[in-house]
Design a protein around this ligand. Structure first.
Ligand SMILES: *[C@@H]1O[C@H](CO)[C@@H](O)[C@H](O)[C@H]1NC(C)=O
Length: 306
């Protein structure tokens, strides 16, 4: 990827307003959904940011605040970083028909988002709930940005609505432990934590995606994300994205009632037994995800001074 291209992207990311203006111009020249009657998701977001007050505009304003917070946190907490390579973008899934980029973070509603994107793109049944989870996760079902060359990547990064969904990091980790290791594998939570905190673990290869930090999977300080969705407000945030995508009737699969509260209680039970020393080190490990996505340390955590 050309150094100049990426520098340009970084500039655009630092200045969303300008990027959107540029986009409005670019879109008038383009073809496909850009020239059609329907406005692109990114144009829809831009219209909401500029348009009259409405319930939807209020939601858009909230998302703007999240983006601003992310941008401020990025400039405060990140140093110069290495350039991104196409393979760094393998978690960013592409929907060319709707002009969407979705960076998936495991244990933050990613199965359902993959189902929804398959349904949206006509690659699966129209009802996302009818798509079995293994099918949603099958490699290659949805194209990833990493499959494209630099020019094609940059074009999509400029013109598409990019979004991701994140989750409170400790609850996400507890959920990953439960789904990946607790059932039948007989790995104690303490063992997983010791593994995560062992400096040797990441020496040769990155973490498994289930416990890798969201910022390391999605590079939110390098790419411009237009919508930062949260697992904690999944239904509203998903409906907002689907509305921008021109699919307001598509229902995002709802988790069973009580599932969110149960997950929170399970996380609390797991972390209660973790010593303050380990809690602090874990907090440091996931610190960027806490900061960038505006999560505070959960109340059950007893952090000793660093
Ligand atoms: C960040 O979190 C605080 C506390 O939960 C909340 O009051 C505030 O609105 C959040 N800010 C943004 C931009 O989401």
């Amino acid at each position: 990827m050309g150094r100049r291209c990426w520098r340009r992207r970084a500039l655009a990311a630092a200045c969303l307003g300008a990027a959107l203006l540029l986009l409005a111009f670019e879109n008038s020249l383009s073809s496909g959904w850009l020239s059609g009657k329907r406005r692109s998701p990114l144009q829809m977001l831009y219209d909401l940011d500029q348009g009259p007050r409405s319930a939807l505009a209020a939601l858009a304003a909230e998302h703007r605040q999240r983006r601003d917070l992310l941008r401020r946190a990025c400039s405060r907490h990140t140093r110069r970083q290495r350039l991104l390579r196409p393979e760094d973008l393998r978690h960013v899934l592409v929907d060319d028909a709707h002009g969407l980029l979705y960076c998936y973070v495991p244990k933050a509603a990613c199965t359902n988002w993959k189902r929804v994107l398959l349904a949206l793109s006509g690659r699966g049944p129209a009802d996302p709930r009818a798509i079995p989870a293994p099918e949603a996760h099958a490699p290659g079902r949805l194209p990833s940005l990493a499959d494209f060359g630099p020019a094609e990547i940059n074009r999509r990064l400029r013109a598409y609505l990019a979004f991701l969904f994140v989750r409170e990091p400790f609850e996400r980790l507890a959920s990953a432990y439960r789904s990946q290791l607790a059932r039948g594998h007989d790995v104690r939570f303490a063992e997983l934590l010791a593994y995560l905190l062992d400096p040797r673990t990441r020496r040769d290869e990155p973490f498994n995606e289930h416990w890798e930090r969201a910022h390391a999977l999605c590079h939110p300080c390098r790419l411009r994300y237009d919508v930062v969705g949260k697992f904690e407000t999944l239904a509203e945030d998903a409906a907002f994205v689907l509305r921008l995508a021109g699919a307001p009737h598509l229902r995002f699969p709802a988790p069973p009632p009580g599932a969110a509260a149960a997950a929170r209680r399970r996380a609390e039970r797991l972390f209660r037994d973790v010593s303050p020393f380990y809690q602090r080190r874990l907090f440091d490990l996931y610190r960027m995800d806490f900061l960038l996505f505006n999560y505070s340390a959960p109340a059950y955590v007893r952090l000793p001074a660093p």
